[in-house]
Design a protein around this ligand. Structure first.
Ligand code: PMP
Length: 293
């Protein structure tokens, strides 16, 4: 089946989907993006993604190209035209096309690109055995809370992880040795005392929509406590459990950090139960949207 992309007002065959060479996204990485999971045809945590998208645009003073209802319509149309049942939507908005000059153009129009694709279910071996992460210095800028397409340090880090046979690289603040986040995921540990720890959503990390959903799940779950604070690599290596979260990885257990085994080297119970709860959260949203359709 041929894929369809949305580019600035038009639905076009994916191989022909293109923007101008002077689009500021291409020239300066002057743009933002979102990735939204689709489960059983439903958009997961749509509102959270829209809030974050609008915030990213506002922080960079990129004009919002359309209101939420228009965007919601296009997202559903892209999902429908690509016949995506389980997969994801990619949205990118840039400051638009203008003669190359670092300062903002006077009257460029925000470019909007959207694609959707099917994804395969998670690798069962990864969930059974757990993932490995490496640690690398965090060399990014000081506004990692903005979801910009400027992802070069993240790409370098992910490649380093690949070459080390790891799923992810945890970026470390050189000033204090604390873990900020993964290259495309948020970082979590469970201490020996059973407390779930993840960094506060400050300017050092992207406030993951999955991170927010998991914090809400923990808040509702009896007997599970969480604290939002930084943790060091040493603390993570000595933790009972570690895991990561993202729109595409959901909740994925981590069993090795660099050369240290985490806990007993097997996926932890808290990570497993949070993954289960997160899958329920997705199923519930799909049921609600199915009922509304
Ligand atoms: N941190 C970074 C740097 C990311 O790129 C992502 C995924 N886009 C995340 C965290 C996780 O965010 P989310 O749960 O919204 O996918």
């Amino acid at each position: 089946m041929s894929r369809i992309a949305y580019v600035n007002g038009q639905y076009v065959p994916h191989p022909e989907a293109a923007v101008h060479v002077e689009d500021r996204g291409y020239q300066f990485a002057d743009g933002v993006y979102e990735v939204i999971a689709v489960a059983r045809g439903a958009l997961i945590d749509e509102e959270g993604h829209m809030i974050r998208l609008e915030r990213s645009l506002d922080e960079l003073r990129i004009a919002r190209p359309m209101g939420r209802p228009a965007l919601a319509h296009i997202m559903r149309e892209v999902v429908r035209r690509n016949r995506v049942v389980d997969g994801l939507i990619y949205i990118q908005m840039t400051r638009g096309v203008a003669p190359r000059d670092h300062a903002f153009p006077a009257n460029a129009e925000t470019s909007v690109v959207m694609t959707a694709k099917r994804t395969k279910p998670a690798n069962p071996a990864l969930l059974r055995d757990g993932a490995k992460v490496i640690t690398i210095p965090d060399i990014r800028w000081e506004r990692c809370d903005i979801k910009t397409v400027s992802l070069l340090p993240n790409c370098l880090g992910k490649q380093q992880a690949r070459e080390a046979g790891a799923l992810e690289a945890w970026q470390v603040d050189a000033r204090d040795g604390t873990v900020t986040e993964g290259t495309s995921t948020n970082a979590w540990i469970v201490t020996k005392e059973g407390e779930v720890v993840t960094r506060k959503a400050d300017h050092a990390i992207l406030n993951g929509i999955t991170r927010i959903a998991v914090l809400e799940i923990i808040a509702r779950q009896q007997g599970l406590k969480f604290v939002e604070r930084p943790f060091t690599v040493e603390e993570a290596k000595n933790a009972r459990e570690a895991f990561l979260t993202s729109t595409t990885a959901f909740v994925t257990p981590i069993v090795r950090i660099d050369d240290a085994l985490v806990g007993d080297g097997k996926p932890g119970l808290v990570a497993k139960s949070l993954r289960e709860a997160y899958l329920v959260h997705m199923t519930e949203q799909a049921a609600e949207q199915g009922a509304a359709a």
